[in-house]
Design a protein around this ligand. Structure first.
Ligand SMILES: NC(=O)c1ccc[n+]([C@@H]2O[C@H](COP(=O)([O-])OP(=O)(O)OC[C@H]3O[C@@H](n4cnc5c(N)ncnc54)[C@H](O)[C@@H]3O)[C@@H](O)[C@H]2O)c1
Length: 255
């Protein structure tokens, strides 16, 4: 799929990995719908990029809200690219040190945002993509979801986050199989530790602990490296139904 001239929708597009993806796809000549609930930052970014960038104030967990963002995209042209980056986490153990259980509302919140939000966007975007004319090789669209290496190497305190990201990993193959008939590919990226505002709460000590365990390159990932992988996935038609780790070969220890 050519990035140039395509219409792309990027959730979480106002910050971090999503913002880097917006910038990369926009620089490659796509028209980009920045889908985020951070209206101030989203409007700022679309204003900065100017032509071919529009912000849609959206909650990815709401079908109505996402349908409106997809509608905005299809007004520009056939929707071809959807990238799911909206997400977050909350630390909590299955039982706390005092034996009390994990807050169920917190567990549900993380699943709703990271797993149900991702499915909601993928399904509504795929429905719109399926109505477009096929391109070369019968391709109609590509969906890129964001998991985390915590889907595989979940640490102590990451039970909700790992479950949500494990769900994203688990959806990848069946979704690609569901959508193959209409020429839509589905890929998932599982990032290691990337230097984004999601680590706003983390001090230097936590960041260096995350960094020093990375075999090579021993640093945090640059969001532009995530954006570059999205661009490659879009352009490489034979990538489908798979999860790619981008993590400098790190494997998270238990804590
Ligand atoms: N940064 C990392 O190291 C890392 C590692 C692995 C996975 N991830 C995943 O990558 C994704 C992006 O993370 P990031 O580091 O760029 O975070 P970030 O906090 O910089 O950006 C997340 C964006 O999602 C938006 N968002 C949150 N809830 C939303 C909702 N309900 N509707 C619409 N938008 C919403 C936020 O406003 C924000 O702009 C997340 O799913 C995260 O779990 C990040």
């Amino acid at each position: 799929m050519d990035i140039k001239g395509a219409v792309a929708l990027v959730t979480g597009g106002a910050s971090g990995l999503g913002e880097a993806t917006v910038r990369r796809l926009h620089a490659g000549g796509a028209s980009v719908v920045i889908v985020d609930k951070n209206a101030e930052r989203g409007a700022q970014l679309s204003g900065e990029l100017g032509e071919r960038a529009v912000f849609a104030d959206t909650d990815v967990t709401s079908a109505e809200s996402v349908q409106a963002a997809v509608g905005l995209a299809t007004e520009i042209g056939p929707l071809r690219i959807a990238v799911n980056c909206a997400g977050s986490g909350m630390v909590g153990r299955t039982i706390n040190r005092d034996g009390s259980p994990h807050d169920l509302a917190v567990f549900e919140w993380v699943i709703k945002l990271n797993l149900i939000g991702t499915f909601n966007v993928a399904s509504l975007a795929a429905s719109a993509m399926s109505k477009g004319e096929p391109l070369a090789g019968g391709e109609r669209g590509v969906i890129v979801n964001t998991a985390s290496i915590a889907a595989f190497d979940g640490q102590i305190g990451q039970v909700a986050y790992s479950a949500s990201k494990g769900g994203v990993v688990g959806m990848t193959l069946p979704m690609a199989r569901d959508l193959g008939v209409v020429g839509i590919r589905v890929m998932t990226i599982a990032p290691g530790s990337f230097d984004t505002p999601i680590f706003g709460f983390a001090g230097d000590a936590m960041k260096s602990a995350l960094t020093e365990i990375v075999p090579f390159p021993t640093r945090m990932g640059d969001p532009a490296e995530y954006g570059a992988l999205v661009a490659h996935i879009v352009e490489n038609q034979y990538l489908n139904g798979e999860v790619i780790r981008i993590d400098g070969a790190v494997r998270f220890p238990p804590k």
